[in-house]
Design a protein around this ligand. Structure first.
Ligand code: ADP
Length: 475
């Protein structure tokens, strides 16, 4: 029985407490540099000799930010596990209630519990729910409540003495952009660590972790299979990879097999991708018109990928075998040290316009459908990123990510400039697609005929097809 568990219950239902998390850094795979950085925090927490009397103090707060399911909670528990400290966790959304004063008193409770077991760790997941910008738009309601709670967190964190930093506060969010800048100041969350999506090697490492307690026919087969899955799971999070292995385990049992095989893994992967719902292969025919639209969309994406090639991520293959609101084009893993110039951002906006532009060109503006919607959204997001976060546009040289409030009437200014970039990108994309109209047709036909096409063949068609002269579009 966990001694702290009862404390958690009696004092406050919203705190979960663990005396020992039992999680270690071995449980987190990929992004090794994050662990290296945190190992030092753990050593300071354990008050190892090398740090004593050297004026080295522990950070008061560590903030993890990144998409859900990438292992932020896992890392927080691993810090507690490695340092051998009790772990007190709460969720930012639990603080915010309609009753006045609840948020602040819950924050107080959380810190008081942790202090009475100090040294200890506090973990606040979804800290943005309570720590979003003061005076910002009040999305979830309870604005004043939240403000009280946030002030209480700031007070509590400022209250610790540096020399006796006995409670480490760890926060997690996937919306660092809306956090109140006061939280990010020195002496509060002074270590900010991005936990991103894993690379291919990272995915393989994560799969290995979660395959530890699973049965495979042999070590060699396991390794080959995991490598194959790592290849096929670009943009997957650690949590999704874990799900694939669990699901494969369940399928194996259901089929009364002793070992997880390739078939089960691929089926689990399909399920995770959501292309498999009924428990039966979805073999309903894709309607002819939709196929035609998919073929044109993929052909247009391919032409833009040739016209403005991404130097860090060559494309590999595309097909019309699955129906998605974003293109099916597959790219290689990002390689090399990425170094983006303004023109690279603009090119990526132009590329993202391809699905929408070709649909309009071929089927007419009154006859659009949903298959280009995600791409259009992506294009405008990219334009906003360029404007707000790079300082490379006429908008100004500041980095607005944390300081949106510094610019009066930001929204209309942002929209005006974004629309300008979008207008340019749509025009440029249209002119590229008209110039390479012939190649678009050839690729679309190939796709309809064979279902898929490889990069090599796309390049060949792009280079050899006749072009139409187009009036120049300049930024
Ligand atoms: P987050 O807090 O970022 O939303 P979690 O830590 O809750 O993500 O991740 C959920 C689960 O997914 C973890 O408990 C772990 O099993 C698995 N997972 C996620 N990322 C990793 C990783 N990098 N290595 C190993 N397992 C991972």
């Amino acid at each position: 029985q966990n001694a702290l568990g009862s404390l958690g219950k009696s004092r406050a239902k919203f705190i979960s407490a663990e005396e020992r998390t039992g999680v270690t850094f071995d449980d987190f795979a990929g992004q090794e540099y994050i662990k290296r950085e945190l190992q030092e925090v753990v050593r300071i927490l354990k008050n190892e000799e090398e740090f004593q009397n050297k004026g080295i103090y522990c950070p008061k707060g560590v903030l993890f930010h990144g998409p859900p399911g990438t292992g932020k909670t896992l890392l927080a528990k691993a810090i507690a596990g490695e340092a051998g400290l009790p772990f007190f966790a709460a969720n930012g959304t639990d603080f915010v209630e309609m009753f006045v004063g609840v948020a602040a008193s819950r924050v107080k409770d959380l810190f008081a519990s942790a202090r009475s077991y100090a040294p200890s760790i506090i973990f606040i997941d979804e800290i943005d729910a309570i720590g979003s910008k003061r005076g910002g738009p009040d999305v979830g309601g309870g604005g004043a409540e939240r403000e009280q709670g946030l002030l209480q967190i700031l007070t509590e964190m400022d209250g610790f003495k540096v020399s006796t930093a006995q409670v480490l506060v760890i926060g997690a969010t996937n919306r660092i952009d809306i956090l109140d800048p006061a939280l990010l100041r020195k002496g509060r969350f002074d270590k900010i660590i991005r936990v991103g999506l894993p690379s291919k090697d990272g995915r393989l490492a994560i799969l290995r972790v979660h395959a530890r307690n699973k049965f495979f026919r042999s070590e060699e087969e396991k390794e080959t299979l995991l490598q194959e899955i790592a290849e096929l799971t670009e943009d997957f999070t650690g949590a999704e990879l874990q799900n694939i292995l669990n699901e494969a385990g369940i399928l194996t049992t259901r089929k009364d097999k002793d070992y997880i095989g390739r078939e089960e893994l691929l089926e689990a992967l399909k399920r995770q991708k959501g292309t498999f719902e009924t428990g039966q292969e979805d073999n309903r025919e894709i309607p002819e018109e939709l196929k035609l639209r998919l073929a044109y969309r993929e052909a247009a994406v391919a032409i833009l990928a040739c016209y403005f090639p991404d130097p860090y991520r060559p494309f590999v293959e595309t097909n019309i075998n699955s129906i998605n609101s974003q293109p099916n084009m597959r790219y290689a893993e990002t390689s090399g040290r990425v170094f983006l110039k303004k023109s690279d951002y603009v090119k990526s906006i132009v590329r993202a316009c391809a699905p929408r532009v070709i649909e309009e060109e071929v089927f007419g503006i009154d006859n659009l459908c949903w298959i280009s919607s995600k791409a259009t959204l992506k294009a405008s997001r990219l334009a906003e990123l360029l404007i707000l976060q790079t300082g490379m546009t006429a908008f100004g040289k500041a980095y607005y990510r944390f300081q949106r409030d510094l610019v009066p009437n930001l929204a209309p200014k942002l929209e005006a400039l974004r629309d300008e970039y979008m207008r340019f990108a749509l025009e440029k994309c249209t002119s590229v697609l008209r110039e390479h109209h012939e190649a678009v047709e050839v690729i679309a036909n190939k796709l309809l005929e064979k279902g898929g096409i490889q990069a090599e063949e796309i390049w060949e068609i792009y280079k050899t097809s006749p072009r139409l002269a187009q009036p120049a579009v300049n930024p």
